[in-house]
Design a protein around this ligand. Structure first.
Ligand SMILES: Nc1ncnc2c1ncn2[C@@H]1O[C@H](COP(=O)(O)OP(=O)(O)OP(=O)(O)O)[C@@H](O)[C@H]1O
Ligand SMILES: [Mg+2]
Length: 265
């Protein structure tokens, strides 16, 4: 019995997935991220919180090199994924983004069928051996995103014809279809009603069994509900990072306290 307990506990020990050191981001003359150091653990939900414009989305986009697509954006410092530098010239950003997937604030399904939205990534990365295999990946991804039952009879219908909450879950299915190791979510529930929000939150908790999830949220209730670790950003600085419970009940930095008690933001 004792041994079993130890084994069970051992499976819950988190390992480091992403390690960021001295990260700076500039957009032209704007210094958006200032010397940020953070460790993102595997099989953990990490929440990024902080007032509007503090750099949450900017830092999130560093983690899968989405900032590469913004001309005036310059990123420096080091970000390691499983010990490998993701900014190394030999890293293909497209491959990286299959490993470090992203879900945006506004659902953005492709103008394609529901099936093709989910099949897109596995097709370009050659993840399916044949049509049956691809069907299987599509079904599993839609199930994992808690939308299979709603769409299984209309997989050929356009993804853009779904409701906002369904579209967001479709985008989550699309992101998980390439079997990412990390899922980045930038305010994934801001366009959703409370029911769809609850579904997505449940899903995030489920995804944590397999992946590492980083979520940007303006809702402190949401951060408290879904995350185990919380990072508080303010004016481009990572002010405080720790266990979510500690950040919300016993913050060390006065800026964190002001934010969570509603005095700044
Ligand atoms: N594409 C861009 N071009 C120029 N400046 C940008 C760009 N994106 C962000 N910034 C600037 O970088 C800073 C951080 O912005 P960012 O979008 O990361 O903040 P945020 O914390 O995600 O805010 P919000 O909560 O409003 O989404 C801001 O000063 C913003 O104006
Ligand atoms: Mg943002």
């Amino acid at each position: 019995m004792n041994d079993m307990r130890i084994a069970e506990r051992a499976t819950h020990v988190s390992t480091r997935k992403i390690s960021a050191t001295g990260v700076q981001v500039h957009y032209g003359d704007t210094h958006a991220i200032k010397d940020v150091n953070v460790e993102i653990e595997d099989k953990t939900v990490t929440a990024f919180i902080g007032p509007s414009g503090c750099g949450k989305s900017t830092f999130l986009r560093c983690l899968n090199r989405m900032n590469d697509t913004i001309d005036i954006c310059r990123v420096s410092g080091q970000i390691l994924l499983d010990g490998e530098d993701i900014y190394d010239p030999k890293v293909d950003p497209v491959q990286l983004r299959a490993k470090v997937g992203m879900v945006f604030q506004k659902p953005n399904p492709f103008p394609k069928s529901i099936y093709d939205n989910v099949a897109y990534g596995p097709r370009i990365h050659g993840l399916a051996k044949n049509k049956a295999d691809l069907d299987d990946i599509v079904e599993k991804s839609l199930r994992r995103a808690a939308i299979w039952d709603e769409v299984k009879d209309r997989l050929d219908a356009p993804g853009t014809g779904l409701s906002g909450g369904q579209q967001q879950r479709l985008c989550i299915a699309r992101a998980v279809a390439t079997q990412p190791e990390v899922l980045l979510m930038d305010e994934p529930c801001s366009a959703l009603d409370p029911i769809a929000t609850a579904q997505v939150e449940e899903l995030i908790d489920d995804l944590r069994q397999k992946f590492s999830v980083v979520i940007v949220t303006h809702s402190m209730q949401q951060a408290a509900r879904v995350s185990q670790k919380t990072a508080f950003f303010h004016l481009g600085n990572l002010v405080e990072f720790g266990e979510t419970g500690q950040i919300f009940t016993n913050p060390i930095d006065p800026r964190t306290e002001s934010y969570i008690t509603g005095r700044i933001g």
